[in-house]
Every structure is written in structure tokens, then in C-alpha cells.
Design a protein around this ligand. Structure first.
Ligand code: DQA
Length: 149
């Protein structure tokens, strides 16, 4: 596949497939499908295409990031719990040559101590966290703004 600068790969990490049922007081009532639809709508409004992959397996996300090299213009990733310890995802993102936006529904910086470390942030262009259902839309807007410059 030829690289399309206007294409975005949205990646969702472990346990995000059960959003809506999972700790709704923390993560909201919306399903992952609803977040992805909001992201797709925002992307279409900015002339971007968006593909989505969710996996509970670290290696699947690492391989998707490898495949994104040379195919996608940008990556948006909610690494979920992998945020806090996956150096494999860190290293894979470091090898991606476009913008990377890290997104979280909650604000990990205001939660348990162990969530306050992100090993993804050092290789992300920026992070959107704590905006709940607005987060995925804002992440797409951030990517669109970066790709426009
Ligand atoms: C999360 C925050 C992480 O700490 C947690 O492990 C998740 C979801 C968020 O979107 O707020 O699974 O990434």
C-alpha cells in the first residue's frame, strides 16, 4: 500500500473492547464503536480517512504500528494499560515517522500512582487525556491540525 498522508490509523489497546460496560463511572457509557464513529466523523470532516484496530494483545498492536510505516500519515493510539509499561509499543512508535497522538478517556495523571507514568508519551507528538467522550474527536482534530501545517 502506498503511503497516504491523509490517512490515520486509530489503535485501541486492551479492555477497550468492553467500554460501556467497564467501570462506566471512570470511562463513560459510550462503547468503543461509538468513540470510533465519532473519530470517523471528525476525520471525514477534515478530509482524512481513518482505519481502526482494537486488540488485547501487545504483539498485534506492535505489528500494526510496523505496518503503518509507509502506509499511514498519522497514528492515534489509546494504549490503555500498555501505556504504563509497554516498551515494545514505545519502540514501535519511535520507528513511525509521522505524528502520533496518545489519547485517554480518563486523566491518568489524576489517578493511581502507577497510571501517572506513560512510556508512550516520550514518543508521542502530544496527548489528549481526561475529556471522556470528546477525546477521540479532539485527537482527530489534533492530527488534522498537525498534518495541515
Ligand atoms: C485509559 C487509561 C489507562 O490507565 C487504563 O489502563 C485504560 C484506559 C483511558 O482511556 O483512560 O485501560 O487508557
Amino acid at each position: 500500500m502506498l503511503r497516504s498522508p491523509k490517512s490515520v490509523l486509530l489503535l485501541s489497546g486492551p479492555n477497550l473492547d468492553i467500554l460501556g460496560e467497564r467501570e462506566p463511572e471512570v470511562y463513560g457509557q459510550q462503547t468503543l464503536e461509538e468513540h470510533v464513529s465519532a473519530a470517523r466523523l471528525a476525520a471525514a470532516g477534515r478530509g482524512l480517512t481513518l482505519d481502526h484496530l482494537q486488540s488485547n494483545a501487545e504483539h498485534v498492536l506492535v505489528e500494526a504500528i510496523h505496518e503503518a510505516r509507509g502506509s499511514y500519515g498519522a497514528i492515534i493510539i489509546n494504549p490503555a494499560a500498555f501505556t504504563h509499561y509497554s516498551w515494545a509499543i514505545h519502540d514501535a512508535l519511535a520507528a513511525f515517522d509521522g505524528p502520533v497522538v496518545e489519547v485517554h478517556l480518563s486523566n491518568p495523571a489524576g489517578r493511581e500512582q502507577w497510571r501517572r507514568t506513560s512510556v508512550v508519551s516520550p514518543v508521542a507528538t502530544g496527548t489528549i487525556a481526561g475529556f471522556g467522550r470528546e477525546g477521540y474527536r479532539l485527537a482527530v482534530e489534533a492530527v488534522a491540525a498537525i498534518l495541515d501545517t
